[in-house]
Design a binder for this molecule. Sequence first.
Ligand SMILES: Cc1cc2nc3c(=O)[nH]c(=O)nc-3n(C[C@H](O)[C@H](O)[C@H](O)COP(=O)(O)OP(=O)(O)OC[C@H]3O[C@@H](n4cnc5c(N)ncnc54)[C@H](O)[C@@H]3O)c2cc1C
Length: 523
Amino acid sequence: MIQRKYADEEVDVVIVGAGAAGGVLAKELSEAGMSVVVLDAGPMRDPQRDFASDELSMQNLGWQETRLVDGCHPLQMGHNNSGRGIGGGTVHFTGVFLRFHESDFRTRTVDGVGEDWPISYSDLEPYYSKIEKDIAVSGPNYFPWGSFHGPYPYPERDPLSPNAYLFQQGCSKLGIESVVAPLAILSVPFEDRPPCINRGFCNQGCMPNAKFSTLIVHIPKAIKAGAEVLADCRVTQITMNHDGRARGVVFVHDGKTYEQRAKLVILAAFVVETPRLLLHSATPQFPDGLANRSGWVGKAIMPHSSHDVYALFDEEVRLYKGTPVLATTQHYYATDRDRGFARGYSLHAHGARPVSFAKGISGSLEGPVWGDRLRQAALEYNYYGRVTMVGEVLPHEGNRVTLSDEKDEYGVPRAKVSFSYGHNDLAMIEHAVDSMKSILKAAGGQIRFVVPDTAHLMGGCRMGNDPETSVVNSYGQTHDIPNLYICDASIFVTSSGANPTNTVMALAARTAEHLINRAKRLD
Ligand SMILES: Cc1cc2nc3c(=O)[nH]c(=O)nc-3n(C[C@H](O)[C@H](O)[C@H](O)COP(=O)(O)OP(=O)(O)OC[C@H]3O[C@@H](n4cnc5c(N)ncnc54)[C@H](O)[C@@H]3O)c2cc1C
């Protein structure tokens, strides 16, 4: 039996998912005096007790339930894209904290591809600043690309890892500007948290709490402000009233089923589970799923293309050392028509711990890398350097989440995730792989492996002004059901060439402010 504060009560807001967006919403709305219940399918972890310096055991931070995948380039689901538990993906994310550029919100107008967002960079600008300040982002004094040039709230990280130094050397030999990456990882103490000591286990959950996550920053503040945060509570359905408004959600804890009623229901369950819940919650009034009059629920999901290039150096690099990403360039971010594709990408010097190194190279384009070849590469692990791309993938209707015929233990159909790259995406990858090879060679490395990969996920419930071609408005309010909101990475319209979490959290802060102002007007 769970201890409940709001059992049988209708609260102001129920939030499904306590990740990047859900954490921000929980904090802001509860601090504004609203009664808030947050439900997350996974556990509430204690970093000191539950995070191990162990790559394999910490795979459990990812969403490991079966999803069916298809398409020409089926996505690898799991640890690499979805978190599970309070903090969501922020618990094991790498912490690279970038803003989108102005053109990212206007790709149709600027480049004739993708779609324009219903908001511009300037609409989000104050919320980027707020989030960066709230979590004390560290970064360079001057960031050369986009609209925001710094300084960041906290000084840039120092010292860098050997891999980051090599990357910066290679870039500088080629005349490519590079900087220390903006990071949601402390460079000096903040609140009650210590600065990073370069243990390098960011993707396994940061035991000393130097890396931000909503588990350690926003959720404790939300609880202090009165929010009820319930772990291990799996939401299986959104319930509806007869008047076409949402009534609440059904969730399962320890085999028992409960309903939480709320004036506002906010889905923040990420790119696969949010559309899955909407589609599964169909009613006679909404036979194709909730908020799906447009037919766009589940459509236009986008990963980032994220090929890695590994090179062998004469001196030791030790890719496990330090924060995985400490240097970056956005030299290739903006569209350059001469390259033969639209849009662009970021490049990061990116560490890799031994298991992910071995797993990565075993799937490299130079394959098959196994047996003696894999053993030899593993023996040389300390001499490898790596660069990774974060490439913009254009939205495509056919890349989507649907419900399969298979059901999970809760009786909910499993998600089917279909994905294929388009021509533009593939041309960009080819260009980025060449750039990464040039940088590593200029730094003195011999190119050994190119590993195809993707990172992050966005889209599936995109925002827009037109209810015929989008699911929510720019505040995340669904076009069809006025008290049902979506606020997570699924509302992205395009993917950009930058890591997405700063934008996820800035959008959540903007939605929270909108809801607080709306509540004040209704008072
Ligand atoms: C390995 C890795 C590295 C990354 N590195 C970076 C990086 O360096 N920089 C960056 O910007 N981004 C990075 N990301 C991406 C980042 O984690 C996501 O962009 C971000 O977490 C998305 O936020 P969200 O709120 O949309 O969803 P999430 O943070 O994933 O939160 C969703 C939450 O919903 C819960 N949930 C789902 N379904 C249900 C349900 N039915 N009932 C109850 N709860 C449910 C989940 O348990 C989860 O806690 C990385 C991701 C991974 C996996």
